[in-house]
Design a protein around this ligand. Sequence first.
Ligand code: CO
Length: 148
Amino acid sequence: MNKKFLVAVVFSLPAFAGAGQCQVDVASSDQMRFDKSVIEVSKSCPTFNLTLNNSGTMPKTVMGHNIVIVKKSDADSVARDAIAAGAGSEYVKAGDTRIIAHTKMLGGGEKDTIAIDPAKLQEGEEYLFFCSFPGHRVMMSGSLLVKK
Ligand code: CO
């Protein structure tokens, strides 16, 4: 393999293309899982679009999934208030200013896309994304990393 060919291969790898991407697709399942444990958001993106696709089949009343993005330090209190808000509020406290962004609560086969403003995220801060359905956070939680 000559050097030119090797360079071409390296730069065509899909993972490499991810560096400048301004969107991500996350899937959730009836197994109470997200298919990603890390989401990277670049500050250079004017907006960052996140699509949650619930690939399960169960209704949202029993196996609902959403994505709520918060500072790690706010996660416990936001999750507690979300559960207190109840099913009628889709387990998100109305007007919760600690929540940076969140999708709708989705049943199987449903999806939702949200726009995240990278200007609201600080480099060096720790962020999490999680499902606020009661009992799901322990299984459905990941890191949101802020990049330049
Ligand atoms: Co869930």
